[in-house]
Design a protein around this ligand. Structure first.
Ligand SMILES: [Zn+2]
Ligand SMILES: [Zn+2]
Length: 352
């Protein structure tokens, strides 16, 4: 079968690989659609998560590894450890592979597992015709969610986790830095959590327009002046109860700190390439809180229900569909070259 293998930075190859082998506790999924994440692009340009010379302690997988952690598909083989699942079921997959025995796993916080492996980085992922995944990680897709949208449940679970970590409450004013997948998802999920107003800060005009279409109360162009000051004007001098940094840069972090009101909360969803400097006096003297978010912990059922009942429009976040055979030129490269034109490019795994 065909799979997109990461060999090294700027060296990914669509190549013929062995079929995944079934084993106890694991199932085989035939991939329908897979979505290209900003993390895939960051890893491609590298380095991000992959440690090239060390096999992962849980999965034993080392480079070359198949990328792809956001996908939908059908179960083609299962070990039978989940009586609620059958061959042929449409599913998506929780990308965290945890040890199950460390302190964090035993306390139900598997994303912090001491030996966490991430599908598509530390285990062969979903940019392939078929993939082996832990049976416990499977989530069935209801009929109301299409195969295409099913590929976006994983990033939406990241968003749901972030909104829960940010403790967005009824009537809150929310501000979001960055109108990519996570920012536009947070805009919608914060509304479902009861946010009264959601402001989005974004430099790229097409992305600002998309945020407006998806229901932003107002969009803020940082070129027109410091975003914090613009938000104060829009909110009668108070700012946001909760600000989200969905970009993970020094600039986006500084902006998020300025958007949060005194006593407000800054929720960080972006992963930083280099360690940022934090103006701790904005935390100490004005009692702001900073909360970090990584991936998700049991947030898939919540994301699935929000999409299934139409409260979150995930289809609006799909900006192009391509064949698996074109994933490098038409996918990764275009996300690098034209970042304002895309949210998620999804990949048809049947077109190899
Ligand atoms: Zn992702
Ligand atoms: Zn663990």
């Amino acid at each position: 079968m065909k799979a997109l293998r990461f060999h090294g930075h700027r060296d990914v190859r669509l190549e013929e690989v062995e079929e995944p082998r079934p084993s106890a506790g694991w199932s085989i999924v035939a991939v329908d659609w897979a979505s290209i994440c900003a993390s895939d692009v960051k890893e491609y340009l590298g380095p991000l998560y992959i440690r090239p010379h060390r096999p992962n302690p849980i999965t034993g997988v080392s480079v070359p590894v198949t990328l792809g952690h956001e996908f939908s598909g059908r179960i083609v083989q299962t070990d039978g450890s989940r009586p609620d699942l059958r061959v042929g079921d449409r599913v998506t997959v929780d990308g965290c592979i945890s040890c199950g025995v460390c302190w964090y796993c035993r306390h139900g916080n598997y994303v912090l597992c001491d030996r966490l492996a991430i599908l598509g980085f530390d285990a062969h992922g979903g940019f392939a015709e078929r993939v082996a995944v832990p049976t416990s990680s499977l989530h069935r897709l209801p009929d109301a969610i299409s195969d295409e949208v099913g590929a976006l449940i994983e990033p939406l679970s990241v968003v749901v986790h972030a909104v829960r970590r940010g403790r967005v409450a009824a009537g809150d004013v929310v501000a979001i830095v960055g109108a990519g997948m996570i920012g536009l998802g947070a805009l919608q999920v914060a509304r479902t959590a009861g946010a009264a107003a959601v402001y989005v800060v974004e430099r790229l005009p097409e992305r600002r327009e998309r945020a407006r279409r998806l229901g932003a109360t107002a969009v803020i162009d940082p070129e027109l002046g410091p975003p914090g000051e613009q938000l104060l004007e829009l909110t009668a001098g108070y700012g946001a109860d909760v600000a989200f940094d969905c970009a993970g840069t020094q600039d986006s972090l500084d902006t998020a700190l300025d958007l949060a009101r005194k006593g407000g909360r800054v929720t960080i969803v972006g992963v930083f390439k280099t360690a940022p400097v934090v103006d701790m006096n904005k935390v100490v003297l004005q009692e702001r809180e900073i909360v970090g978010c990584l991936a998700y912990v049991d947030d898939f059922p919540r994301a699935i229900s929000l999409v299934a009942d139409g409260r979150v429009d995930a289809g609006a976040l799909i900006t192009d569909r391509i064949a698996l055979r074109d994933i490098v030129e038409q996918g990764l490269q275009r996300l690098i070259d034209e970042p304002d034109r895309h949210v998620r490019i999804i990949v048809d795994a049947h077109q190899v």
